[in-house]
Write a protein that binds this ligand. Structure first.
Ligand code: PDD
Length: 282
């Protein structure tokens, strides 16, 4: 496939990054993941706006959103992408010798955009997970206090997700100060006493683009949405639990730490929000 690297479209095998790149040495970079449905990027604008915000928080130069949108369309075309994802990464670029502080002078950021197709098998697995619901585990929060930045520094997320996989679960849910705040790569919602509850957008979570869309859809459907913490102790009395992300969409959780959530089956609120999400995709 074709990859966009620093202003050029190059074959995947020639899209090479220096060993002195600060993302390799320090995880000094940011990223975004956008879903492509039927050859069209979904919610590209808010994803690029968040990329711009992340860049600002790292004091990287502001990315050119219009240029990146054009690059996205061109990559989808060149790669014949129908169902899949677009991945964006911007790093502070190459600088030697290794030193923590920002390079002085004119070091240019590294900008990468690439596409990944979703195989029919992967798409079918996603559909089945959304239909039947998935299991989750809880893990202690071990990340930093700026989870609002979509940084490529993802080691705690990687370790948490691996724990989930090893325990046969789909996602690991981080617990901070007694509240279940979000997943290792997704946001978390609960239905508690008939109301939808999700952790407030703050420095402790990534304010998901899917999360924001689902909150809007829920309010349009007449649900009350409260942005507040879900206490760990409330998991055994919530009616429903689901997560959201660009790739998972609205994913029902039917068991946490081996215990059923609500009735143990996918609930009506998750079903309604899945349908609303899918309506927007079409
Ligand atoms: N993950 N929280 C975290 C920690 C995430 O990494 C993600 C996304 C989300 C959901 O954000 P959005 O709705 O914008 O996808 C929440 C992406 C998909 C990833 O790392 O692959």
């Amino acid at each position: 496939s074709t990859v966009y690297l620093n202003g050029e479209f190059v074959p995947h095998e020639r899209a090479l990054i220096s060993v002195e790149d600060r993302a390799f040495l320090f995880a000094d970079g940011i990223y975004e993941v956008v879903r492509v449905y039927g050859g069209r990027p979904f919610d590209l604008e808010p994803h690029l706006a968040r990329l711009s915000r992340s860049a600002g928080e790292l004091r990287l130069p502001e990315p050119d959103g219009e240029h990146l949108a054009a690059v996205t369309r061109e990559l989808i075309r060149r790669n014949g992408l129908d169902e899949g994802t677009v991945y964006f990464q911007i790093t502070r670029g190459v600088h030697a010798p290794r030193a923590h502080a920002f390079p002085t002078g004119t070091a240019a950021p590294t900008v990468v955009v690439l596409t990944h197709p979703l195989s029919p098998e992967a798409l079918a697995a996603g559909e089945q997970h959304r239909r039947e619901g998935v299991a989750a585990i809880t893990v202690p929060e071990q990340r930093w206090a700026r989870c609002d930045i979509k940084s490529v520094s993802l080691l705690p997320n990687v370790l948490a997700k691996q724990q989930a996989v090893e325990r046969g679960a789909y996602e690991a849910l981080f617990v901070r100060d007694g509240f279940v705040i979000e997943g290792s790569s997704s946001n978390l919602f609960a239905v508690l006493d008939g109301e939808i509850v999700t952790y407030p957008a703050c420095n402790y979570i990534l304010n998901g683009i899917a999360r924001q869309r689902v909150i809007r859809n829920a309010r349009e459907l007449g649900y009350t949405v409260r942005e507040q913490g879900i206490p760990l102790g409330a998991l055994d009395r919530c009616q429903e639990l689901f997560l959201t992300s660009t790739t998972s969409e609205v994913m029902p959780i039917v068991a946490v730490d081996g215990k059923p959530v609500g009735s143990g089956a996918v609930g009506p609120v998750a079903r309604a929000l899945q349908a609303a999400y899918r309506d927007a995709v079409r």
